[in-house]
Ligand binder design. Structure first.
Ligand SMILES: Nc1nc2c(c(=O)[nH]1)N[C@H]1C(S)=C(S)[C@@H](COP(=O)(O)O)O[C@H]1N2
Ligand SMILES: [Mo]
Length: 454
């Protein structure tokens, strides 16, 4: 694996597990030639006949000519005794998946006390991000807080101030819901025309989990909050960053905002706010306050540091937009994507993710010619509101240069913009809320590159 070449930014290659789906090899995977050749042959054969791609889609792979003699080998695992139950009691991925990791971006300054890690979107299936691969963003480092000592307070425009323990919170009626979380700065460096090499770094400040917790409205009602005059709440984190964010009451009375302790069937991971974090569906990550310690009910926005001077959008005329909370409709092709290599022409499954802070994804269109022609992709179930949606599309690569794009539309009718459209409205110097259409250039040698087309 050429980790050093990635950090230097000279070579656009992805550190990856050795093989992704669809016979797309990761470039550092030397030493896997046997497997590679098999896939190359199988897919070349698939490409030879026009009907072959459909056969592939129906789960009818084309065998190598003469058959693969390896099927006759009886490896040790077929004849010997396997291991007993795992000693650790908590399972780990296969040792062959050791390169599947969240990583620091080569487009950002490398620091020892790193504050952002990106999820490896190019290697994930379906819509759920495994908790150990969830992206991380820490303004002042992360903590593993003793839940028995953690306290959660509600004050401000309430009948009685309340301080709750974790036990008390976990006794209340709970809900479990799938939602995406995206940092408002996801895809920021691409806005500034820095083409980071892989989808992990262009879009990896994005994850999706099943969260479990208590609707914040339940807790506000317990405290006797003034829901008529209380138009906003302030959410405060327990770490040294004094993370404080204003949340409009309308999001809370709808029942969507959760005070969560669960993530993907277990307690939150420490990096993601253990033991308590706010879930604000559709809203940028910074409002999902981790190590949540206090909610204050008020009647106007708080203009906290992380919303008055940070997380604001510089407009073409020099003005800033504040409180731009919602993450608008967006999508990205995760395979084929930057740093991957297509081994040969033939059949490929184009796959990717789509999401919108406004609700469900309605459709995704995919272009392989830089946006001139579009085909509608298949949306895989479940399609959930304010969660990631997986899409797939059959494609036969003819071996010529191709520019792959995806364009999502949500149930409110909003369509993902091109870079030209986005910059036309928001200018060229913004950082946050880049939801433009991403382009991947497949070169004749099969290498895939991050490019921007106008
Ligand atoms: N207390 C606290 N909450 C926080 C942060 C933080 O640094 N401290 N970072 C915020 C930002 S900017 C983002 S994008 C998300 C990241 O959540 P994650 O680390 O679970 O991915 O948490 C938000 N909540
Ligand atoms: Mo963020």
């Amino acid at each position: 694996m050429k980790e050093d070449s990635i950090n230097s930014g000279r070579v656009q290659k992805a550190p990856e597990n050795f093989l992704t789906q669809s016979g797309i090899k990761e470039v550092f995977a030397e030493g896997k030639k046997g497997r590679r050749d098999f896939i190359r042959n199988a897919f070349a054969a698939a490409a030879a006949g026009a009907a072959a791609p459909m056969a592939m889609a129906q789960g009818n792979p084309v065998p190598t000519e003469g058959g693969d003699p390896n099927i006759l080998n009886l490896p040790e695992h077929a004849t010997g005794l396997g291991q007993g139950v795992a000693v650790e009691g908590y399972g780990k991925p296969s040792k062959f998946e050791a390169n599947l990791q969240r990583r620091q971006s080569p487009g950002l300054t490398q620091t020892t006390q790193a504050s952002v890690s990106f999820a490896p979107l190019q290697s994930l299936f379906g819509i759920v991000t495994p908790s150990g691969l969830h992206f991380e963003r820490h303004h002042q480092g992360w903590w593993d807080i003793d839940p028995s000592k953690h306290r959660f307070m509600i004050n401000g425009m309430v009948k009685k101030n309340m301080v709750l323990t974790m036990d008390e919170i976990m006794r209340l009626p709970s809900v479990s819901r799938f939602h995406f979380i995206e940092c408002g700065a996801n895809t920021a460096v691409d806005w500034g025309n820095v083409a980071v090499p892989t989808v992990q770094y262009t879009h990896g400040m994005l994850s999706c989990s099943e969260f479990t917790g208590v609707p914040l409205i339940t807790l506000l009602e317990l405290a006797g909050a003034d829901l008529k005059n209380g138009k906003f709440v302030l959410a405060e984190g327990g770490d040294g960053s004094s993370m404080t964010r204003t949340i409009p009451m309308s999001l809370i009375t709808s029942g969507e905002v959760l005070v969560a302790y669960g993530q993907n069937g277990e307690m939150l991971r420490p990096e993601n706010g253990y033991p308590l974090r706010l879930i604000v569906p559709g809203v940028q990550g910074v409002s999902w306050v981790k190590y949540l310690r206090r909610i204050e009910v008020g009647d106007k926005p708080y203009a906290a540091k992380d919303e008055a001077i940070h997380y604001i959008d510089l407009q073409p005329g020099g003005l800033h937009r504040q409180y731009t909370n919602l993450q608008e409709v967006k999508s990205v092709v995760t395979t084929p994507s930057g740093g991957q290599v297509l081994l040969d022409k033939g059949f490929y499954n184009i796959t990717g993710l789509a999401w919108s802070g406004k609700g469900k994804i309605q459709r995704v269109d995919v272009s392989v010619d830089g946006g001139r022609n579009w085909r509608q992709a298949r949306l895989e179930t479940p399609v959930l509101s304010k969660a990631l949606t997986r899409f797939n599309l059959d494609w036969v690569w003819d071996g010529k240069p191709a520019i792959i794009q995806s364009r999502a539309q949500d149930e409110t009718g909003h369509v993902q913009p091109t870079y030209q459209q986005l910059r036309g409205v928001r200018g060229t110097r913004s950082i946050y809320h880049n939801n433009a259409i991403q382009s991947w250039l497949v070169q004749e040698n099969g290498e895939v590159k991050n490019v921007q087309v106008s």
